[in-house]
Design a protein. Structure first.
Length: 635
C-alpha cells in the first residue's frame, strides 16, 4: 500500500557523522547527570510556598466547612477534570463535585499566565470537545488566554460551575469501610464523603524549583513562571508590555518550554537579561497562522477525532510497511515520521522492522542536525550559538517551537550563561546568582524551571494520608512499581480511579488520552450505580493479570532513555552511576504504557465494556444501616 504524504519531507542534511554525534550525545549526557536524580529539586513548601501555593489571580475566600455526601468527587479542574464532569453528566451521573485549588477552571492554563504563553500542540487537536461546544480555535497554535477561555466555555456549556468547589485544596483522602465512601479533607476543614473518587490532578499541577543552595537568601524579587507577577513586571496576561522592567536586571533560570516563550518578552523590555541554561531545548520555527474560515466552515462530523488520530499516528507511532496514512498535521511533531514515510515510499518494498527503526534513528540525527544548523544561521555570536545547540535525540526532551527565541540572543542586553559544565547554577546570594565561579548581580530572578512531572507521587500531590482499605497508602502501594487494572484503578482502593500516565494507553495528544480514560471511568461509575453496587474494586488477580499484560507487551526503550540527556522525560536519567544502576531508576514520562498502542487500548476498553460483565471488577452491595461504623473525622 502507498503512504501518502501531503506536505512533503523536510530538507535535512546528509553530511553528518552519526558515530561522532552519538559519542557527542553521550558526552553531553554524562556531564549533566547528577547523583540526586529527581531529588535535586527543592520542594515548594515551608519557606518556598509562595512559589507554588499562592494564587495571584483569585483572592482566597474564607468559608464555613461543609460535609456533603455525594456520588463522585473529581479532584482537579483542568481539562481532565472538566471532561470527567462532562462524561459523567452524559452517563446520567449528576451528583458530583469538582474540587480544585484554583479560582476557576483550567488547571495549568489557569496558573500559567506568563507573557507569550502558547500551546505548542496544534489547537485543533489539543482543545477537547470542540465539536460538542461548537467552537473552532482562532489560530493553529493558541495562546493561553484562548485556552483558558475554552476551559470556561466547557464549564458554562455543560453547567459545571454549580458542581465545583474552587479555592479548595485536598489535604487528606481516606476510605471509610463503614460508610463505603471516601472521606476527603480540605484546607477549609471540609469532610466531603464521596462514594467514588476520580483523580484528575494532571502531570503539571505543581511548580518545580531547582534545589540551588541559598534560594531563600536572595533579597531581590523572585517568582516562578507559573505564578507570574505582573505587578512587578508591568503589562498583563492580555497585553504583555513589561514596561516596569526597563530599569531592571533580570535572570531567567531554565530554558525549557516555558522559558522559550518568556525570554523574548523579558529580553525586549528588561534593562539586562541573563538566561541561565543547563540543557538547551530544540527550537524549531512555529509559523503560526490564523484559522482559515473556509476550512472551518466545511468541517464535517467527527473531524476532530479523525484529526487527533492522525496526529497521534504521525507524531507518536512508528510507521511499519504497508500502513496507509496521510500527514494532515505537517509540523515539527510529525517531521521524522513524514521524512521516514517518504524514504520508505522511495524504496518501494517492505523492510524488516529492525531496518526501519535503524532508518528512523538516522532520520532523528538528521533532523536534530537541521535544528542545530538553524541556530547557527540565526544567532550571530558563534559561542552563544554553540551553547544553544541541543545534542541529544529528538525524543529525549520536549521539542519546542518559537519564532523569536533564538533571535533574542542577538540583542545587546541579553546574555546566555551556560552552566552545563558545573551541573547548574552553583548558588543564590543576597544580590544574585553564582555560576561558573562568577556572581551575577540581578534585581529579579524568574524560575522557569517547569513542573514536578516525575518526582515522587506523595511530593507531587501533597495529600496525607492518602489511604485505601485497611489504611493502605497509595504511595506505599505504588512505591515499587505501578499496580493497576487497566491503568485506572487498583486493588485495595475501592471506588478510586486515576487518570494520567499510568498503565494505560499513552497518546501523542494528552487531552485525547484523558478523554479516553474519563469516558471509561464514567461508564463504570454509571454501571455501578445502575447495578446497585456501593463498592467496585478490581480483584487482586485482575490487577496482577493486567500488570503482567503491561510487562509482557511493553516496548523496551530503556536503552534509549539511558542515552538521553537527563530531564523530566526520563526521570533525570536515573541519577549518576553505571548504566545498569541508572536503568533501575529511570522513570518514563508516559508511565508504563500499553505496548500495542493508544488506539489498540481504546479497542480493548470498548470490547470490555461491550462484553458487559465488568470482568475483573468485584461489585459489593451497600452495607446494612446498622452495620455501618460511626465514621471518624479525617479532616
Amino acid at each position: 500500500m502507498q503512504t501518502i504524504v501531503t506536505c512533503g519531507p523536510s530538507q535535512t542534511p546528509d553530511d553528518i557523522d552519526i558515530p561522532a554525534l552519538r559519542a557527542r550525545y553521550r558526552q553531553e549526557r554524562d556531564k549533566r547527570l547528577r547523583p540526586e536524580g529527581g531529588d535535586q529539586y527543592a520542594k515548594a513548601a515551608d519557606g518556598l510556598k509562595e512559589f507554588a501555593e499562592v494564587d495571584p489571580h483569585t483572592p482566597p475566600q474564607a468559608r464555613e466547612p461543609i460535609a456533603p455526601e455525594i456520588d463522585v468527587a473529581i479532584i482537579g479542574g483542568g481539562f481532565s477534570g472538566l471532561m470527567a464532569g462532562v462524561r459523567l453528566k452524559q452517563q446520567g451521573v449528576t451528583d458530583f463535585r469538582i474540587i480544585d485549588a484554583a479560582g476557576d477552571f483550567g488547571g495549568v492554563w489557569y496558573w500559567n499566565r506568563y507573557p507569550g504563553i502558547q500551546c505548542d500542540n496544534e489547537s485543533y487537536c489539543y482543545f477537547p470537545l470542540l465539536e460538542e461546544v461548537g467552537y473552532v480555535p482562532k489560530s493553529r497554535f493558541s495562546d493561553g488566554t484562548e485556552i483558558q477561555e475554552h476551559c470556561r466555555r466547557i464549564g458554562t456549556h455543560f453547567d459545571l460551575y454549580g458542581n465545583t468547589l474552587f479555592g479548595t485544596s485536598v489535604s487528606s483522602m481516606q476510605w471509610d469501610d463503614g460508610l463505603q465512601r471516601w472521606r476527603i479533607g480540605t484546607n477549609h476543614g471540609d469532610d466531603v464523603r464521596a462514594r467514588f473518587v476520580i483523580m484528575c490532578v494532571g502531570s503539571t499541577n505543581k511548580p518545580k524549583l531547582p534545589g540551588i543552595p541559598g534560594i531563600t537568601d536572595f533579597k531581590g524579587h523572585s517568582f516562578h513562571s507559573a505564578r507570574w507577577d505582573y505587578d512587578y513586571t508591568g503589562g498583563s496576561w492580555e497585553d504583555p508590555t513589561l514596561d516596569k522592567l526597563a530599569d531592571k536586571r533580570v535572570a531567567v533560570i531554565g530554558t525549557g518550554a516555558s522559558a522559550i516563550q518568556i525570554v523574548p518578552f523579558v529580553g525586549k523590555y528588561a534593562k539586562k537579561l541573563l538566561v541561565f541554561q543547563r540543557t538547551p531545548s530544540s527550537v524549531d520555527r512555529r509559523g503560526n497562522v490564523p484559522t482559515d474560515p473556509d476550512w472551518a466552515a466545511n468541517l464535517g462530523p467527527g473531524w476532530q477525532q479523525e484529526r487527533q488520530r492522525n496526529f497521534h499516528q504521525w507524531s507518536f507511532e512508528f510507521l511499519p510497511p504497508g500502513k496507509v496514512a496521510e500527514d494532515a498535521i505537517c509540523d515539527f511533531w510529525t517531521e521524522i515520521n513524514r521524512n521516514m514515510a517518504t524514504r520508505l515510499e522511495a524504496i518501494g518494498e517492505e523492510l524488516p522492522l529492525e531496518q526501519i527503526l535503524a532508518m528512523r534513528e538516522e532520520e532523528d540525527y538528521r533532523v536534530m542536525e537541521r535544528l542545530r544548523r538553524r541556530i547557527a544561521s540565526i544567532v550571530t555570536d558563534p559561542a552563544t550559538a554553540e551553547s544553544l545547540k541541543p545534542y541529544y535525540r529528538m525524543g529525549c526532551k520536549r521539542p519546542c517551537s518559537n519564532d523569536t527565541y533564538l533571535e533574542t540572543f542577538n540583542l545587546p542586553n541579553v546574555k546566555l550563561i551556560d552552566v552545563s559544565d558545573c551541573q547548574g547554577v552553583e548558588r543564590i546570594t543576597e544580590k544574585g546568582i553564582v555560576a561558573n565561579g562568577v556572581e551575577y548581580e540581578v534585581d529579579c530572578i524568574i524560575y522557569a524551571s517547569g513542573f514536578e512531572v516525575t518526582t515522587k507521587l506523595d511530593r507531587r500531590l501533597g495529600i496525607e494520608p492518602y489511604a485505601g482499605r485497611d489504611g493502605l497508602s497509595l504511595y506505599d502501594h505504588w512505591r515499587d512499581g505501578l499496580k493497576t487494572f487497566h491503568g485506572m484503578t487498583s486493588h485495595g482502593f475501592p471506588n478510586h480511579f486515576y487518570t494520567g500516565f499510568t498503565q494505560a494507553g499513552a497518546g501523542g495528544n494528552i487531552t485525547a488520552m484523558y478523554d479516553q480514560q474519563v469516558s471509561h471511568i464514567a461508564w463504570i461509575v454509571k454501571e455501578a450505580l445502575a447495578r446497585g453496587a456501593a463498592v467496585i474494586e478490581p480483584t487482586r488477580e485482575a490487577q496482577e493479570g493486567w500488570v503482567r499484560t503491561i510487562h509482557e507487551t511493553a516496548v523496551d526503550i530503556s536503552d534509549f532513555l539511558l542515552e538521553c540527556t537527563p530531564g523530566y522525560w526520563n526521570g533525570e536519567g536515573g541519577g549518576a552511576g553505571a548504566d545498569e544502576e541508572r536503568r533501575k531508576k529511570l522513570k518514563f514520562i508516559f508511565g508504563e504504557p500499553y505496548g500495542p498502542g493508544f488506539y489498540a487500548f481504546d479497542t480493548l476498553l470498548q470490547e470490555w465494556r461491550d462484553e458487559g460483565s465488568m470482568a475483573g471488577l468485584e461489585l459489593t452491595p451497600p452495607v446494612a444501616a446498622n452495620d455501618a461504623a460511626e465514621p471518624e473525622s479525617v479532616a
